[in-house]
Design a protein around this ligand. Sequence first.
Ligand SMILES: Cc1cc2nc3c(=O)[nH]c(=O)nc-3n(C[C@H](O)[C@H](O)[C@H](O)COP(=O)(O)OP(=O)(O)OC[C@H]3O[C@@H](n4cnc5c(N)ncnc54)[C@H](O)[C@@H]3O)c2cc1C
Length: 495
Amino acid sequence: MLRTKEQYHEDLFAMRPNIFIGGKPVGRDDPRLRPGINVLDITFDLAQTPEWKGLATAVSTVTGAEINRWAHLPQNPQDLLQKQKLIRLGARRAGGCIQRCMGHDAINALAICTREMDDANGTEYHRRFLDYLKVYHEKDLDGCCAQTDSKGDRMKRPSEQSDPDAYLHIKEEREDGIVVSGFKMSITQAAYADEIIVLPTRALIASDRNYAVAFAVPGDAEGMSLITRPVWLRENDKEGAAPFCTYGVSDCVVFFDNVFVPKERVFMCGEWQFGRRLALLFADSHRHSYSGCKPAVSDILCGTTCLAAEANNIANASHVKEKLSEFAGAAELAFAAGVAAAVYGKKTDSGVFFPNEIYANVGRRLTGEMIYHEYNILTEIAGGISVTMPFDEDFEQGKNAEAMKRFIIRNPNLSVEDSLKIWQLVEHIGASSMASWYKIAGVHGGGSPIMETIALNLGYDFEDKKRLARYLAGIDNDLDDSKMRDQIAKIDTQI
Ligand SMILES: Cc1cc2nc3c(=O)[nH]c(=O)nc-3n(C[C@H](O)[C@H](O)[C@H](O)COP(=O)(O)OP(=O)(O)OC[C@H]3O[C@@H](n4cnc5c(N)ncnc54)[C@H](O)[C@@H]3O)c2cc1C
């Protein structure tokens, strides 16, 4: 089944109210959540649009029916490439984060890890997970991923924290399920997701056993509160507003206060040895998703900078051209890393095709390092107007309105209306609450930069490079190329 956005709204607004904004309970129809819901609507619309069938949709591996691609388990490189393209397409339309990839990455991580836990321990998590996924596909559900714990004192392990709720944990194990408590934080779209998919956030040791827990609960599960921070251009989303002003996002602190999770929805319960594996499977899949969304953010920044250059009538200046080319480098290198991660990925025992971790991490690290630089290019080309421009009303009413219409023109070839719209966009993209959200998401979303460094130090074959240098230095007589040959042969069969 493919839900329409109207069906999604109907299901959403029927949920038990457990959202809190500013200390007050609100329904999911609260207007402050609407800008985020508008983004989700794009994902439902794309799946209904004939020209995007096959990109926005896929065939379920569990039901055989047509499903939204966000719920699909990739089976081959093509599926990963389709996901990457879908993210770039959706994110361009939403003016940024499309918000569906975290749920997608979580179900992939669970599909792989549940199978590996079962193979190692004889558990039955994989069957449980596939039963859950069947319903997820049949009902066309949308899940967010709650991985990040509030973490308390960063220098202490989960089991060493003075407040055990700093990391979500199992409080009680029963015949029919588990009871969990704790805080997850920065959870995007939880306030308007059907399901919250919970994963551990880090590597664990034996004493952290109760923190090794993964499960899914409906967004309105009993005992769970979503303390929500919506972000959007609240002063600019009036009637007839530009598209960018109608989209936004919400992030939640998810407080689990003795929440009961039925056994059939529990996918890890105490297997601390797999904590790191599950956390990394999500993170690496998510870093691959960034190779779709970050190029879209670069596209938006690049386009806005082009318009600012045009409005300043400096589009042909050589330093402008040089700076614009940096956007192309950031967007397309990140995209290329995603393509390489898909092509060089591997089939896991679960059947899920997983992106190559090295390419996923180098792409994500590049975009994380570039993000403030890209905003700086926009600022340099636009000048200071993004933070000093008078309010919209000053151009519409009052004694100076006509004078302000002359004031806003810099390039005589542009109309008053277009000049004003360009500088308003520059402000919204470059100097608003949304802009700050995108900058910080660009650094920390998918894990802080140090996490990519750790992943690369773990996975990159430095010994291979050392052997090469030893051969070139004349220390070793032979150069062993067999690994490269095997890799080339593998790629030939995959593409
Ligand atoms: C906009 C946005 C959206 C997000 N959406 C989601 C989401 O949907 N789901 C989700 O699960 N998460 C989400 N996140 C969370 C994101 O994954 C985290 O922000 C990221 O992993 C960093 O964690 P943190 O914010 O707790 O920072 P910290 O981990 O506290 O990092 C802060 C600094 O402390 C350092 N540090 C931390 N621990 C140690 C240590 N033990 N030793 C030495 N140094 C240390 C780090 O290297 C870093 O420099 C989102 C974040 C943002 C900003």
